[in-house]
Design a protein. Structure first.
Length: 101
């Protein structure tokens, strides 16, 4: 699977679909240092992304990355909503309900 990794001068985030976090049973393990927008979680590079990568590789997934760097300004990801398991579950449920219609 291929994932986008975004970084700015101070930090980096791995964009991961919420459905994949749910499948890997990680919704409750991700911290508030990560961000969310729509159906994607942007996992902070220090802990949350490492946890995801270990779990995904342990499940047999082959991971590749596409990197996008903002070398001279803050990433807009910092303006996204902080990650929360409750919000992730709500987004997933809303998405499933919309697809069922």
């Amino acid at each position: 699977m291929r994932f986008n990794f975004y970084s700015d001068p101070g930090h980096g985030w791995l964009a991961v679909p919420l459905a994949l976090l749910e499948r890997l049973k990680l919704l409750d393990a991700i911290t508030g240092y990560s961000y969310m927008r729509g159906m994607l979680a942007h996992l902070e590079e220090d802990c949350d992304a490492s946890l995801f990568l270990a779990r995904a590789r342990g499940a047999g997934m082959v991971i590749t990355f596409r990197e996008s760097v903002c070398p001279d300004r803050r990433s807009r990801i910092r303006n996204y909503d902080p990650y929360s398991p409750e919000r992730a579950r709500r987004n997933l449920a809303n998405n499933r309900a919309a697809r069922a219609d």
